[in-house]
Design a protein around this ligand. Structure first.
Ligand code: MG
Length: 372
């Protein structure tokens, strides 16, 4: 079985506006057709173009065929270009539907095992009216009605014969197939497989692409510092009066260290010790905001921003609750994010273990990083 693809891109897209036809306009940094072609990566493609577009099409690296005066004629030109090449199945697709998924393509090809044709469609769910643009003149029963999409998939020989025999225009290849008596299965389409028709459709497609390229990373961090003599501790950037201090190479801000490690962890880029080696005397007594700012800047350099973070301090004393708001505000200030993305909370360990015996403070932190 050899499946080929015909992408029809010869139209001029008069409803879209703009200097170039819609299939050549930019979407998410590249031409619409580059997205469309990427969706069929690995399959042999014939791209049917308008003769005026040959120069811009040559860079796409696929076989080009010049279309005819109508959509039908363009599809027939594509089919004839594939004739004799051993193609058994063909997908015929509108160039202006750049977001078709691989899953839909695979379902269509699979449906050809039992049908001469298969095409994606979605049931009409909105009420349907007739009208003259000003007033409603009637209603239309929507039961049994579908919104048709492409790619439309066919066994090759029957659809070529159907196009050759078809006289007059057709809305799509399903109409041509049915006129020749071929059965066409309905395969569930996709809302995201939209056809770029009006300028607003580009904004929708861009939003869908951003959603598809979203990358969310999760990291955790854990830290412990022992108590020592002193009269205050630094926790999440806030100086908290206490009968003990915390022992550490830096300011021993256990909460900020856990959070910093969570961010490095989300980036899969090690931990504080890797970026600020304790063996290096310049970090002795360093304020921990240097570490946290470094981690968040590293995230930014990789294209990530903080989605949210959550720090839990584990200690019997000092009481964290009265300071939690100030800690959230300080962490948010250092990371340059909204304060509602930052959580600081505390728990005791029910007097169990080293935190329960008040030998030290532990902290755990989770951070999500988001790239869009
Ligand atoms: Mg530490």
């Amino acid at each position: 079985m050899t499946t080929a693809v015909i992408i029809v891109a010869a139209g001029r897209g008069s409803r879209m506006g703009g200097e170039v036809a819609k299939q050549w306009q930019m979407l998410g940094g590249k031409p619409v057709l580059a997205h469309t072609l990427a969706a069929f990566d690995g399959l042999p493609v014939v791209l049917v173009i308008h003769p005026d577009d040959r120069a811009r099409a040559e860079g796409l690296g696929v076989r080009l065929v010049e279309g005819g005066p109508s959509r039908d004629a363009s599809v027939l030109a594509g089919l004839q270009a594939l004739e004799g090449a051993g193609v058994t199945h063909v997908l015929i697709h509108d160039g202006a539907r750049p977001l078709v998924s691989r899953g839909l393509i695979d379902r269509l090809v699979a449906a050809l095992d039992s049908h001469a044709g298969a095409a994606p469609a979605l049931p009409v769910t909105d009420a349907l009216w007739r009208g003259d643009g000003r007033l409603v003149s009637g209603t239309q029963d929507r039961s049994g009605l579908y919104r048709a999409q492409t790619p439309q998939a066919f066994r090759f020989a029957p659809i070529l014969a159907a196009h050759r025999a078809h006289k007059g225009s057709a809305a799509d290849d399903v109409e041509v197939a049915r006129a020749a008596g071929l059965d066409v299965a309905i395969v569930e389409g996709e809302e995201t497989n939209l056809k770029l028709t009006f300028p607003g459709d580009f904004a929708r497609a861009e939003a869908i692409l951003r959603g598809q390229s979203m990358d969310v990373r999760l990291g955790n961090g854990y830290d412990v510092h022992a108590f020592c003599d002193g009269d205050h501790v630094w926790l999440c950037g806030v100086k908290v009066p206490h009968g003990r201090g915390l022992l550490g190479h830096s300011d021993a801000d256990v909460g900020m260290h856990a959070l910093t490690d969570a961010i490095y962890g989300a980036l899969a880029m090690g931990d504080i010790g890797r970026h600020f080696p304790p063996s290096d005397p310049q970090w002795k007594g360093a304020a921990s905001h240097i570490f946290l700012a470094h981690a968040i800047q590293l995230a930014g350099a990789q294209g990530y921003r903080l989605g949210n973070c959550d720090v839990t301090l584990v200690c019997e004393r000092p009481k964290i609750g009265p300071h939690a708001g100030a800690m959230q505000a300080e962490l948010a200030r250092i990371m340059e994010v909204e304060v509602d993305r930052v959580s600081v909370k505390a728990t005791t360990s029910e007097r169990l273990g080293f935190t329960g015996r008040e030998e030290g403070i532990a902290a755990i932190a989770t951070a999500t990083l988001v790239r869009t």
